[in-house]
Design a protein around this ligand. Structure first.
Ligand code: SAM
Length: 313
């Protein structure tokens, strides 16, 4: 059991002591959020997934799950009014927080004022070049911690994972349904592209299911705190960009057989069906199977076989 899971914290007002650190949870209440948004005349934008955290226990749970330490650099996506940002800043060395909505600036200016270890980046996280961010901000170590805007969850995770950066871990709040897809087993309805990709790059765990009541405004569905502990699969692909293409091609028409699905995509456009059959059989995969029955390791073997094929034509 990690040390953050031990009951070593003493609560006092909006703060929490974890070991020697104090986690600033002062914005995590309906009252604090309501006061700020009323003062600044802020209106929530549903299209930006603006469901702000108003529960101190869930906030502390995120911090504990992420195992935030005093020498950590944290990248947060979606600052909101700064609730999680402040909590992170109170126990990490440095927080880079990315927020798309400039209407939040006046509030963030107030809520971040006592912290000199927060850098606010006004950007669309979906359009961000993550490798460029590591270079520009001279990152050598980083963890991602975020209460994600739900509409970007899957594409953002794909970008974070395929950037192949040395993230230590990603701890993110997301909608429960996506969390369940991430940990789904092969041959189930929930098993899909993101399940395979995530399991190649990390070990994924659902750490906590969170009800809509901990947000303002409340979303329609349950959420989950999910932890990705980074570490490549034991079976490695030669060409990791190709892996994602093969996964997408396999699932492009998930009701079809694997061979038909692969052959119907641009990836298969240049490869004859008979060649696909040969490649699949050489991988020990029955071409009549559906993509949802393949394990991540099957996709890796298939990708490597395809790389071999490409190198010979
Ligand atoms: N971290 C805050 C909290 O826990 O209360 C806010 C979380 S709220 C679920 C998501 C935040 O992400 C919102 O503030 C929203 O404006 C921001 N956001 C939405 N789309 C974004 C994008 N593409 N890039 C960066 N931030 C985005």
């Amino acid at each position: 059991m990690g040390r953050w899971f031990l009951p070593v914290f003493l609560e006092s007002g909006g703060s929490l002591h974890i070991d020697e650190h104090v986690v600033d949870a002062s914005l995590a209440s309906p009252r604090a959020v309501r006061e700020l948004i009323e003062t600044y005349g802020f209106t929530f934008r549903r299209s930006l997934g603006q469901n702000f955290l108003v529960d101190g226990n869930v906030l502390r749970s995120i911090i504990r799950t992420a195992d935030v330490r005093a020498d950590d650099t944290i990248v947060e996506i979606g600052a909101g009014i700064g609730t999680l940002t402040r909590a992170l800043a109170s126990c990490a060395k440095r927080v880079l927080t990315i927020e798309i909505d400039t209407r939040l600036h006046p509030i963030l200016h107030e809520t971040m004022t006592h912290y000199d270890n927060i850098e606010l980046l006004t950007l669309d996280a979906l359009a961000l070049d993550w490798r460029g961010l590591w270079q520009d901000y001279e990152l050598t170590q980083a963890k991602v911690v975020a209460n994600l805007p739900y509409y970007i969850t899957s594409p953002l995770l794909v970008n974070l994972l395929t950037a192949e950066l040395p993230w230590e871990s990603l701890v993110v709040m997301m909608q429960r349904e996506v969390a369940e897809r991430l940990v789904a087993k092969p041959a189930t309805k929930a098993y899909g592209t993101i399940t395979v990709l995530a399991s190649y790059y990390s070990n994924v765990e659902i750490c906590q299911i969170v009800p809509p009541t901990v947000f303002m405004p409340q979303p329609a569905v349950d959420s989950a705190i999910v932890k990705f502990t980074m570490g490549r699969s034991k079976v490695e692909v030669v060409d990791s960009a190709l892996l994602w293409q093969v996964i997408k091609a396999g699932f492009a028409q998930r009701r079809k057989t694997l061979i038909n699905s692969l052959a119907a995509t641009p990836l298969g456009g240049t490869i004859a069906k008979s060649t696909w059959r040969k490649i699949l059989l050489e991988c020990g995969i029955d071409p009549q199977r559906r993509a949802e029955t393949l394990t991540m390791e099957d996709f890796v073997v298939l990708t490597n076989k395809l790389s071999d094929y490409y190198s010979t034509v």
